[in-house]
Write a protein that binds this ligand. Structure first.
Ligand code: HEM
Length: 508
């Protein structure tokens, strides 16, 4: 008993001494002390908070710098922040594998979906990514247009149903319905399963999975706990937020595992599907490069990203359409004249060519993705001594961040109207008038750029076209109250976007 007590006291004393060193001593001797830093206020106010997107935006205006800023995160952990495209090129493209995913974020992804491409490093990352690539091949596009148009119509029907089943003008939580639709779609495409969460949401365990990604106090609590304790200890302890995250994966995780195992077993018994349209993502993954466990974990990763990211991105597009009704009207005119009335979509089979005739639809999506990139911060950690923008990074473990929001709104890259919502900039120039590809950071850049970008864009086109062709959107909230809020992984509309969806009146 006495020994345990002494060991516990020693551990606490060490922890306090380490904390005092980090707060009082290290900042004065840090190799990064020469870099410009923002005024972050008194330590007691910021010790348990991590600067977020909105801090980075402020610093972009307030802290003169040559591409690197030094700041302090939760528990006074020192970080570097990259602010120009040269730094991003070096961090994400030229020297990609000198920097790994930062450990706190990587551990969270591992906790949710196991060992997968998002957290694989170096040559392992290259192999896993190669193994997944066929699931995102352009050869699958015809199948995507078919699938996405069908699930988009399911969403239209679900909104219609909600419109007619309640009070005169029921408010709809669009964010939630988009998440449900995203989950149903990726469930079908990834493992060929029907989650049917859009049609039968009540009492379904999948809903718990969706809730996990809500912006919530749980998310912030989990973030703090993750910094305070090593992850192995955290997993073993009965913290409510941790248990919550673990339990919430519910039926989705079980189903994905079960279906992926079935698909692999069918392949092992020589039952390869011949037709590209019959193949789901798991069928396309390369079994010569991926172990069965990697297939399962990556399938779960795709299901997570597939519903969460697309639902969030589409919510923001509808938000902008509500904010700019003239854009909504112009877009509806374009869509209806090109694709026809959404009521007649059931009998049609859309192709990429049809959507190529809708440049304004793509421009609106691009502009929304630019101003509201859902992944707000890109996190990396040095793995070896290196140099970043002439600054020596003398040891491993230096955490480096980049803000997608700040770069996408940077006036040096986008011109004086950088913060305006102006879809037309994409009609005049395929790069939206930006100086470099690295000015648009929504999907990241380099070898770790989002593998699902084309998949996400294709789905967004189909769903937005169906929605705008069917409904006139207005807000059920005061527009000033629709605040962006940073959750565990993404920036979302706080508590979900609540809207009215008035069916479009057509001339008889
Ligand atoms: C609008 C929707 C989406 C956005 C804004 C988005 C954004 C991003 C960003 C910024 C990254 C890079 C993160 C980093 O460098 O640290 C990324 C990576 C990734 N995304 Fe997406 N994503 C979206 C949709 C999707 C979809 C639909 C999928 C899969 C179905 C997906 C799967 C992935 C994967 C697997 C990675 C890791 C790639 C690697 O490390 O090689 N994403 N995404």
């Amino acid at each position: 008993m006495g020994v345990i007590f002494l060991a516990a006291c020693a551990a606490v004393a060490l922890w306090i001494a380490h904390g005092a060193y980090k707060i009082l001593v290290y900042p004065r001797f840090s190799p990064y002390r020469h870099l410009p830093s923002p005024d972050q206020g008194p330590i007691w106010k910021r010790l348990f908070t991590e600067p977020d997107t909105f801090d980075f935006l402020r610093w972009a205006d307030q802290v003169p710098n040559d591409g690197l800023i030094r700041y302090f995160g939760i528990l006074n952990d020192e970080r570097l922040h990259v602010t120009n495209t040269q730094g991003l090129v070096q961090l994400l493209q030229k020297d990609t594998y000198l920097y790994r995913k930062a450990s706190a974020q990587g551990q969270l992804v591992k906790f949710l979906a196991g060992d997968n491409v998002v957290v694989a490093e170096g040559s392992k990352h290259k192999t896993v990514r190669k193994g997944l690539q066929p699931a995102f091949s352009p050869a699958r596009k015809p199948h995507w247009y078919q699938l996405f148009s069908t699930t988009a119509l399911d969403l239209v029907q679900a909104i219609d149903h909600q419109n007619t089943s309640g009070s005169d003008q029921p408010a709809i939580n669009l964010s939630r319905m988009l998440s449900q639709m995203g989950l149903d779609t990726i469930g079908k495409d990834c493992v060929g399963t029907e989650f049917d969460s859009l049609r039968s949401p009540r009492g379904d365990k999948t809903l718990g999975y969706l809730k996990l990604f809500n912006t919530s106090a749980n998310a912030h609590l989990l973030e703090i706990i993750m910094h305070l304790f090593p992850f192995w200890l955290l997993e073993a302890l009965p913290f409510k937020a941790v248990q919550y995250a673990r339990n919430m994966t519910g039926r989705v995780k079980e189903t994905v595992q079960h279906e992926a195992v079935q698909d692999m077993s069918a392949q092992d018994h020589g039952q390869e599907k011949e037709d590209m349209n019959d193949k789901n993502m798991v069928d396309c993954m390369r079994r010569d490069l991926l172990s069965p466990e990697q297939v399962i974990n990556n399938a779960l990763t795709m299901v997570t990203a597939g519903h969460e990211e697309i639902g969030t991105a589409l919510t923001w597009v509808v938000y902008f359409l509500i904010l700019y009704p003239q854009v909504q009207t112009r877009l509806r005119r374009d869509i209806t004249s090109t694709l026809g009335d959404a009521n007649d979509w059931k009998d049609k089979c859309f192709t990429e060519d049809d959507f190529n005739k809708l440049p304004y639809l793509r421009a609106v999506i691009n502009e929304s993705l630019r101003l509201r990139p859902n992944v707000p911060v890109i996190w990396r950690e040095s793995t070896t001594p290196s140099t970043l923008l002439d600054t020596a990074i003398p040891h491993r473990g230096t955490v480096i961040t980049a803000s997608t929001w700040a770069m996408n709104r940077n006036a040096d890259e986008w011109g004086p109207n950088a913060t305006d919502f102006s879809p037309d900039r994409w009609l005049d120039d395929v790069n939206g008038g930006a100086k470099s590809a690295f000015s648009f950071m929504t999907f990241g850049q380099g070898p770790r750029k989002c593998i699902g970008e084309i998949y996400a864009r294709t789905q967004m086109e189909c769903v937005l076209a169906a929605l705008v062709d069917s409904f006139v959107f207005s807000s059920a909230l005061r527009l000033d109250d629709i605040a962006p809020s940073q959750g565990m992984i993404t920036v979302k509309v706080w508590q979900g976007l609540r809207i009215f969806a008035q069916p479009v009146e057509r001339a008889p």
